[in-house]
Design a protein. Structure first.
Length: 179
């Protein structure tokens, strides 16, 4: 099958299970933001100088984000595709990464500007896109039933990306600028 299907030419797209929705729907904004986050992580992974540990975590996160997108593209009431939903174990994995990073970074006493090295700055950008995805998922949850673990996991992921930015900046010798 080719990439051009022409099925979206009138402004709709298909969800898992076959239902068609507007490309302007809240659901599409939610998983479109997740897709954008995944693309930014790809840009970050093209950067030189990332630690092997951070690189592995970001690749694992990219794979995880495909599952987040699939979860969002499959309405809770129509899981005919039997999509594997995001679950607490996914959030716990991110929380472990956070705990390790918190042990290795100096505590913050003030707010910092999203800046530093190129990789660190891009990770800050990824954090803001993750927060946007979280807001869209929250909005979708106000309109219809969604997997509650998605919000928790995206919230933790944005925390992780903040700490990953700090770690990347520290590894690059880039100063954290306070507000």
């Amino acid at each position: 099958m080719g990439i051009v299907t022409k099925t979206g030419d009138k402004g709709t797209t298909g969800l898992y299970g076959g239902k068609r929705v507007s490309k302007g729907s809240v659901r599409l904004h939610a998983y479109g933001s997740v897709d954008e986050l995944n693309a930014i992580l790809g840009v970050i992974l093209a950067e030189e100088g990332l630690s092997e540990n951070l690189r592995d975590q970001l690749i694992e996160t990219q794979r995880f984000l495909f599952r987040v997108g699939a979860d969002l593209a499959t309405p809770e009431v129509d899981n005919a595709a039997k999509v594997k939903r995001i679950e607490a174990a996914d959030t716990e994995r991110v929380e472990k990464w956070i705990a390790i990073l918190e042990l290795t970074l100096p505590p913050l006493t003030r707010f910092i500007l999203p800046s530093g090295s190129r990789a660190g700055s891009l990770l800050h950008q990824a954090r803001t896109v993750c927060r946007r995805a979280e807001r869209w998922v929250a909005t979708l949850g106000e309109q219809e039933q969604v997997n509650g673990e998605l919000l928790i996991c995206l919230n933790r992921l944005s925390d992780y990306l903040f700490l990953a930015a700090r770690a990347a900046n520290r590894a690059a010798g880039a100063e954290e600028m306070e507000v």
